[in-house]
Design a protein around this ligand. Structure first.
Ligand code: ZN
Length: 57
């Protein structure tokens, strides 16, 4: 059975530490997605796009 990250749709492995996300980044993005909807923060913060982190993971 295959699982996919709900954020970026990359295949993820069951048992991964960030499951069901492919990594911490997507886990945080998902968290940000619902909290943004909850609080409707629209100023200053730009939407989480495909930004490459500078080698931090
Ligand atoms: Zn992902």
């Amino acid at each position: 059975m295959k699982f996919r990250c709900p954020i970026c749709k990359k295949p993820v492995k069951l048992g991964d530490s960030d499951f069901p996300f492919c990594g911490e980044r997507c886990r945080i993005l998902d968290l940000g997605a619902w909290s943004a909807e909850e609080y409707r923060v629209s100023s200053s913060a730009s939407p989480p796009e495909e930004e490459e982190p500078s080698d931090e993971d």
